[in-house]
Design a protein around this ligand. Structure first.
Ligand SMILES: Nc1nc2c(c(=O)[nH]1)N[C@H]1C(S)=C(S)[C@@H](COP(=O)(O)OP(=O)(O)OC[C@H]3O[C@@H](n4cnc5c(=O)[nH]c(N)nc54)[C@H](O)[C@@H]3O)O[C@H]1N2
Ligand SMILES: Nc1nc2c(c(=O)[nH]1)N[C@H]1C(S)=C(S)[C@@H](COP(=O)(O)OP(=O)(O)OC[C@H]3O[C@@H](n4cnc5c(=O)[nH]c(N)nc54)[C@H](O)[C@@H]3O)O[C@H]1N2
Ligand SMILES: [Mo]
Length: 574
């Protein structure tokens, strides 16, 4: 839509009056696509200045405590809800893209598309009453500044791409894009958008299942089958870095079976965990306190433009390398093996780096990035602006101000227009309509339960569980289940329950709570440290089970190939 895969819209939380949030739990995740300090204070301030926050989630989460209103929703049906909001906005005359009008392409397609479902149909499918959908649309459309924001719950599900598109359309339709208090674009001191490629989609496909590439990456759901299926192009060697896909990718068990079959595997990680234990070689990088830190990624997602440098606290062990040095070492060795000749320029640069080691350091690259960035000093002796030296003189970081309007300059599309109705997405509405043509098709009507995930403030995916202070206390890897469903299956609180899906089964303690919607159960991801071969004593003693043993590599958002780890049909046994 905006011409760049990294061009995320960031909620201007500090200046908004109305936040409609779907499938996100910032009170646990610390914001995610709105990075900042103290997320909960910011949500509280929104309410205390008279604003509203509406939360749509199949679970009444920790974030619900900060919301003015929480609505349960049937997992996977958010696209229908968002269409109903859009439809109502049009019907009530609340659509006005105002300042965005002249940059919109395909705008005339939107109103007819918004009529895909009536409000009553949407209410039946989502379980959010029609009167409430209407109220949300009217409040959203009438607010001075409003934000529609959705995260993992509306991304990693059957219609994730449609959801994220409709969220953009709602913000655009109400003129809330690129405006203070709405959804804005960040302008970090080192701008990844300018240095990274704009991105790609479907320029090639996976060998076995034919899923499309996105930004030169294939969906994680095809990884195991690409290793296990023989033939030309079969994956025989594998490098992992900063990832634990045995626990984090759908049907991780299948990947776990594929890894020992590889001819060679190397992992760049400091832990011998469920994935790296299969590697022939593990290359441990310096730890987070042994190298300096400047955040490239999260400054891009931040609710204010900020820059901060954290110097290393400890000296690394002699010979220890940071991640970048390890990558460089691997790349130059692979190039050499492939017979790639180094150019004269490359050799001269390597020679200079030998003479002046600073030129080979991360800090040199960082200084260059800051100087050449939008707030940079450049290289003129008397110019003002950011340098690494200046940043280092402010140990708490530098605040570069609130988010600023950035359009149309920041658009990366060739025609400098916003593509409001990309064909890939508008065509996917056909699939959505077919899916809910009759409600009998929904898994809940078939007697299945739908499995969703959850995060906890003391976790970070799979890798915080070897720290005792982050795992002690009561077991958090429990199966949340509604009292009615528990009664139906004669499950008592705390009882061990086996959860079964197409791909496997896991057994966890039930936690009965009305904070989860009827027909929905929830397990967190990143646990399952009971596997042999790992060397993480604390994690093993607090093993839990891996939800991704029962998520499904065949359950994907068809249009983009992203894994649908939310809304997995499961059955229970005691
Ligand atoms: N403490 C902590 N912080 C983290 C992480 C962590 O593991 N721990 N992980 C980091 C990472 S990698 C990420 S990507 C972010 C994620 O950040 P968030 O997306 O904010 O966090 P989640 O807890 O995944 O929130 C997803 C929510 O979606 C809900 N949900 C599930 N299915 C549906 C659905 O069909 N519809 C709707 N409307 N909601 C649904 C879930 O109940 C859940 O509350 O967090 C980051 N921050
Ligand atoms: N069912 C389900 N599955 C999910 C999700 C979900 O919500 N539900 N969320 C998905 C999401 S959003 C994400 S992002 C993935 C995350 O999945 P992964 O990225 O695979 O998992 P992490 O647990 O974050 O793994 C991080 C690894 O990096 C290592 N590490 C930490 N710091 C460094 C470093 O500085 N350098 C190097 N080289 N290694 C380091 C850690 O030791 C750990 O082994 O999980 C996904 N899987
Ligand atoms: Mo993530």
């Amino acid at each position: 839509m905006y011409g760049h895969t990294l061009m995320f819209t960031i909620p201007d939380i500090d200046r908004t009056d109305y936040m409609l949030m779907l499938g996100a739990n910032p009170a646990a995740s610390n914001g995610s696509l709105w990075s900042c300090g103290d997320v909960t204070r910011r949500m509280k301030e929104l309410i205390s200045r008279g604003g509203k926050m509406i939360l749509i989630d199949p679970r009444r989460t920790e974030t619900a405590r900060y919301a003015t209103k929480h609505h349960f929703i049937t997992p996977g049906t958010d696209a229908v809800f968002l269409l109903a909001i859009l439809r109502t906005l049009f019907e009530k005359g609340l659509v006005n893209p105002s300042h965005l009008k002249s940059w919109l392409k395909g705008w005339e397609d939107i109103e007819p598309l918004s009529r895909a479902f009536t409000l009553d149909q949407a209410a039946l499918i989502t379980v959010i009453p029609a009167t409430e959908i209407e109220r949300i649309a009217v409040d959203f459309g009438s607010a001075n500044a409003a934000i529609c924001y959705g995260r993992m719950g509306v991304s990693t599900q059957e219609f994730g791409a449609l959801c994220q598109w409709l969220i953009q359309v709602i913000n655009i339709a109400t003129g809330n894009l690129d405006r203070a208090g709405g959804m804005m674009f960040s302008r970090p001191a080192i701008d990844l958008l300018r240095s990274e490629a704009r991105g790609s989609f479907d320029t090639y496909r996976s060998r076995v299942r034919g899923l499309a590439e996105f930004g030169r990456e294939l969906p994680s759901s095809v990884l195991a089958e690409e290793m296990l299926t023989e033939g030309e192009g079969q994956i025989k060697a594998f490098i992992t870095t900063a990832g634990n896909p045995v626990l984090s990718t759908p049907n991780g068990k299948k990947l776990e079976q594929a890894l020992p079959e590889l001819e060679f595997m190397v992992s760049i990680d400091f832990y011998i965990n469920e994935t790296t234990c299969h590697a022939d070689i593990i290359l441990p990088p310096t730890g987070p306190l042994e190298h300096g830190h400047y955040d490239l990624v999260f400054n891009l997602f931040a609710v204010r433009d900020v820059a901060k440098f954290s110097p290393p606290m400890f000296k690394p062990a002699p010979g220890a390398l940071n991640d970048r040095k390890i990558y460089q070492g691997l790349i130059s060795r692979i190039n050499r093996l492939r017979g790639k000749k180094t150019s004269l320029k490359e050799r001269m640069w390597a020679g200079l780096q030998k003479l002046f080691p600073y030129l080979a350091s991360n800090q040199f690259i960082l200084d260059l990035g800051l100087r050449l960035g939008p707030y940079g000093k450049g290289f003129l002796p008397f110019a003002k602006g950011l340098t690494l030296k200046r940043l280092k003189s402010k140990p708490h970081g530098i605040d570069l101000g609130p988010l600023k309007s950035a359009l149309p300059d920041r658009l990366f599309t060739k025609d400098k227009k916003i593509d409001v109705a990309p064909k890939i997405l508008t065509e996917d509405l056909v699939r959505l309509k077919a899916r809910y043509a009759n409600m009998e098709q929904s898994a809940q009507d078939k007697g299945h339960l739908l499995l969703i995930g959850r995060r906890d403030v003391r976790t970070n995916n799979s890798w915080m569980h070897n720290s005792l202070r982050l795992v002690k206390g009561k077991n958090r890897c429990t199966l949340l289940i509604h009292p009615d469903d528990a009664a139906r299956h004669t499950i008592a609180d705390g009882q061990l329950v086996t959860v079964t899906s197409r791909t496997g089964a896991v057994t966890a303690n039930a936690e009965i709570t009305d904070a989860i919607y009827r027909g929905v159960v929830s397990l967190p991801h990143g646990w399952g440290h009971d596997r042999s071969g790992i060397s993480m004593d604390v994690a093993s003693a607090h093993a839990g089970v891996s939800v991704n043993d029962i998520t499904d590599d065949l359950l994907i958002d068809q249009v983009c190939g992203n894994a649908s780890v939310n809304g997995v049909p499961v059955a229970l046994n005691i």
